[in-house]
Design a protein around this ligand. Structure first.
Ligand code: NDP
Length: 331
């Protein structure tokens, strides 16, 4: 059966302006870092993306190295895009990135113009796209002049291969410098993608202020701490969970489920229950409480996790007392 998107998909999603740009992003976006590799069932991948788009999630986040193996998530996405989403291209914001090791030799990693240009060409081929909506430098490369990396991003926009550019995991200082270079070139930085969650809050100490000053949007990753900020690990480690699957490549492992973070999750779970939502929903709503946050990118191994995430928007307000209690639990 050909896919027909839900006609009411735009009725309940909340869209938030990305910095001082003209672009709006859904409050919840979906990322393909995990669960879209070669060993993942295509039918499940399809159901995750359809569930997302049917709920008004217009933004899918990728990178050259997502898989495993590297490149596989873009290939999976390309296949599903061709089958299901091609007719909806103008309703989608598709992002990809380069910055981590992709191919052997000196040109397959880092921030050189050579790498950033070649990598985007490869990503476009894997996904079967003419252009991406957002192209990110995935991490700073201190061995390449920031001017060179930013000029490469600007050139790709001018060539029509990307509509906007972004930065990921740049420090506040690096972000300020990169933003100044991009503004000078005429391609303002659209968005920054940092790690941010109830358990990892360092962007509150500078980066968010820089983004607000520069007019750059913010999209958080690993807001569920790869599953720790859900109820899934509170009674042990389910066999099909990310921590049990020994995926490598940065995926959380059982040994990283520390008693201290699980205890915090337990306390937070009680508060979430008193708010009438799941811990995952409260964790996402908490990230979105800051008006400087444009969107939060969730990962999902099942379509229901996408539905659960979207449910967070039904109760996104926190009283000052709840926020203070959360700070106490995390202290
Ligand atoms: P999350 O913190 O959202 O973790 C996602 C995982 O949590 C899921 O795969 C699932 O794991 C579990 N989960 C999600 N919802 C629920 C739920 N309702 N109940 C129980 N468990 C749930 O994010 P990720 O770390 O996966 O990152 C999200 C995206 O962010 C990536 O896909 C990528 O696009 C981006 N990212 C960017 C990075 C960067 O450097 N720029 C780095 C990392 C991520 P399980 O398999 O156990 O079910």
């Amino acid at each position: 059966m050909p896919y027909l998107a839900n006609p009411t998909r735009y009725d309940s999603m909340n869209y938030r302006r990305c910095g001082r740009s003209g672009l709006q992003l859904p409050a919840i976006s979906v990322g393909l870092w995990q669960n879209f590799g070669e060993m993942d069932a295509l039918g499940n991948c399809r159901n995750i993306l359809r569930t997302a788009f049917d709920a008004g999630i217009t933004h899918f986040d990728l990178a050259n190295n997502y898989g495993p193996p590297a490149g596989a998530a873009e290939e999976t996405f390309g296949r599903l895009y061709k089958d299901d989403f091609k007719a909806y291209r103008d309703e989608l914001i598709i992002s990809t990135k380069a910055g981590y090791g992709m191919w052997p030799g000196p040109y397959g990693d880092g921030g050189s113009r050579k790498y950033l240009v070649a990598s985007l060409d490869q990503s476009l081929r894997r996904m079967g796209l003419d252009y991406v909506d957002i192209y990110y430098h995935h991490r700073p490369d201190p061995t390449t002049p920031i001017e060179e990396s930013m000029a490469a991003l600007d050139a790709l926009v001018r060539q029509g291969k990307a509509l906007y550019v972004g930065l990921s995991s740049y420090s506040p200082e690096e972000t300020r410098r990169a933003s100044a270079v991009l503004r000078e070139l005429g391609t303002p930085c659209l968005i920054h993608q940092p790690k941010y969650s109830l358990l990892v809050r360092d962007i509150e100490d500078g980066l968010l202020d820089v983004l607000a000053e520069e007019g750059i949007g913010c999209i958080a990753f690993s807001a569920l701490a790869q599953g720790v900020l859900t109820d899934k690990y509170l009674q042990g480690v389910p066999a099909d969970s990310r921590a049990a699957r020994r995926l490598g490549n940065g995926a959380i492992e059982e040994s990283q489920l520390s008693p201290a973070s699980l205890e915090k999750a337990r306390q937070l779970n009680e508060l979430a229950q008193s708010r009438g939502q799941s811990l995952a929903q409260m964790a996402l709503a908490w990230v979105l409480r800051d008006p400087r946050m444009t969107s939060v990118i969730i990962g999902a191994s099942k379509p229901q996790q996408v539905t659960d995430a979207v449910g967070s928007l039904a109760n996104a307000q926190f009283s000052p007392d709840e926020l203070a209690r959360i700070d106490q639990m995390l202290a």
